[in-house]
Write a new protein. Structure first.
Length: 140
């Protein structure tokens, strides 16, 4: 797999119901990592070999994804706040300039208005909580 820069990566909220179109999230400065982790299921018994603990691999948890950006679209910010309020699990998609796609379901777990400082830029932070397993693919 070739190395690729991430400038130009986009995050899209896929349309649902009566929404007219997908919503590309504007003004992002950071799209956080997605990390999968397996639960540990302890199956140790009193007669486990050598007195060592034994485990099985449990369910996968794909965790949360942090996003940061600038507030330059009031309609978009209102949409993100509404998603936070509703708790709805929605379809999201990341697309990199190298045509790598990550599609997943998530809800807005956290919405933060950024700190206001003397020479700061008005920003926001979101945390998306993934639900289920993301799919990783290459787009033609």
């Amino acid at each position: 797999m070739a190395k690729g820069l991430t400038m130009g990566t986009s995050l899209t909220l896929k349309k649902a119901g009566a929404e007219p179109a997908d919503l590309i999230i504007k003004g992002l400065t950071s799209i956080g990592e997605i990390t999968g982790e397996k639960e540990e299921v302890d199956v140790t018994t009193l007669d486990s070999p050598d007195g060592a603990k034994e485990f099985l691999s449990g369910a996968a948890d794909w965790g949360s994804q942090d996003l940061e950006g600038y507030m330059d679209d009031d309609t978009q910010i209102e949409k993100m706040r509404a998603l936070f309020d509703s708790g709805m699990v929605r379809d999201w998609e990341i697309l990199t300039p190298g045509k790598r796609k990550i599609a997943y379901k998530a809800f807005v777990k956290n919405f933060t208005y950024g700190e206001k400082t003397v020479d700061g830029v008005d920003g926001f932070k979101l945390t998306l909580r993934l639900s289920g397993k993301p799919t990783f693919s290459k787009v033609a």
